[in-house]
Write a protein of this length. Structure first.
Length: 366
């Protein structure tokens, strides 16, 4: 999701944590530190052969200080997996240099080391222009140079967190997704230092029978060999489901097979599960939720979709998804809520009914 755009309205405090002029030095220091850490831990360890069903939450990239808030949310919601972002500093959406934010890396280590009861997924998070530009706008002019820099940084993360359950190679980079060879090369390099699950998160999409170009774009996405190279296919599930201001559970379930927004009749379930059928990799909703507002299921990516609070819509959306998709981790691996541990209140904070539903949720077929 375009996190910077979503959270901009909440006016988070921004603080520059590094000097651009030292970017190359920081990368070299990070590589050196990662190599030492890798050696001291005996290298990466193989993940468990058991495939879990994930009930997780994504830590807000705006939280780089408050560990307790993260675990309070995780405990309150009964989560078992936490996705931890590490800021990847970039001065502009068109630039080539990528450096790991050392303060963010240190905080991620602190989170992962704080509680061994959770699985952890590490997410390299594009922190563009100090968090003011959403990752969906990333479009470097020198793509080869950018991929080299991004790959070096992701490999550092793989070495820094050898025991993490999974690591993203990217999330929602819509303008770079088509560079399949570069992504596949990155996966191959990462596998030399990291033996956990390698994940790629794609952005939601829309199709409509009356717009053939949307069908063509979906088919091209489905055919991307990148999805065959990773272990888990993640999706930021902000699909535009229902145009109703307060859709019922039945409305959501029906709309997941034929959306009502603009009369598209998109079959979200069939299109999502086609990735599993084609690439034989489990599907994971790496971001799932909507704002607790009227019309939240119409534009779940918009934190200000309306001004009217809605205490029921999040529960109906979450329950609709989880009762529609197979609770079989070989096909559908689970979900991660957007977001936990955010430093201020947001419209994505789960209403009490949704929070209780998530806390009580258990997959049926395990």
């Amino acid at each position: 999701m375009a996190h910077a755009q979503i959270l901009r309205s909440f006016d988070p405090q921004k603080q520059r944590l590094r000097r651009v002029g030292f970017s190359r030095l920081i990368v070299l220091l990070g590589l050196f530190a990662a190599t030492l850490a890798h050696a001291q831990t005996g290298g990466a360890t193989a993940p468990s052969s058991a495939v879990p069903f994930i009930k997780g939450g994504n830590v807000s990239a705006w939280n780089v200080t408050d560990v307790d808030r993260i675990f309070a949310d995780a405990q309150r919601l009964g989560l078992d997996t936490i996705t931890v972002p590490v800021r990847m500093n970039m001065t502009a959406a068109t630039g080539r240099e990528v450096t790991i934010d050392m303060a963010s890396l240190a905080f991620a280590r602190k989170v992962v080391n704080a509680n061994p009861a959770y699985r952890y997924i590490i997410e390299p998070y594009p922190w563009i222009a100090n968090g003011s530009v959403p990752e969906t706008e990333l479009d470097p002019q020198d793509k080869a140079g950018w991929f080299a820099s991004w790959q070096a940084s992701v490999v550092v993360l793989g070495m820094q967190f050898p025991n993490a359950w999974g690591i993203y190679i990217a999330s929602n980079l819509v303008k770079l997704e088509g560079d399949s060879e570069s992504w596949i090369s990155l996966v191959g390099r990462l596998r030399t230092v990291y033996r956990g699950k390698i994940i790629y998160r794609t952005q939601w999409w829309a199709t409509a029978s009356w717009a053939p170009e949307t069908i063509a774009a979906y088919r091209a996405k489905l055919a991307n060999p990148l999805f065959g190279a990773v272990d888990v296919i993640a999706i930021a599930a902000y699909f535009e489901v229902s145009e109703a201001f307060n859709p019922s559970l039945a409305d959501i379930k029906a709309a997941l097979r034929a959306t009502t927004v603009y009369g598209r009749k998109q079959d979200i379930y069939a299109e999502v599960m086609a990735f599993n059928a084609k690439w034989h990799k489990p599907i994971f909703f790496g971001e799932l939720s909507c704002p607790a507002l009227d019309f939240g299921a119409q534009n779940p990516w918009d934190p200000a979709v309306s001004e009217a609070p809605n205490a029921a819509i999040q529960k109906n959306l979450l329950r609709g998804y989880l009762e529609t998709f197979p609770q079989n981790p070989q096909q559908f691996l689970g979900f991660s809520l957007f977001t936990i541990g955010h430093p201020t209140a947001t419209t994505y904070q789960l209403a009490p009914s949704a929070a209780e539903y998530v806390r009580a949720f258990k997959p049926q077929n395990l």
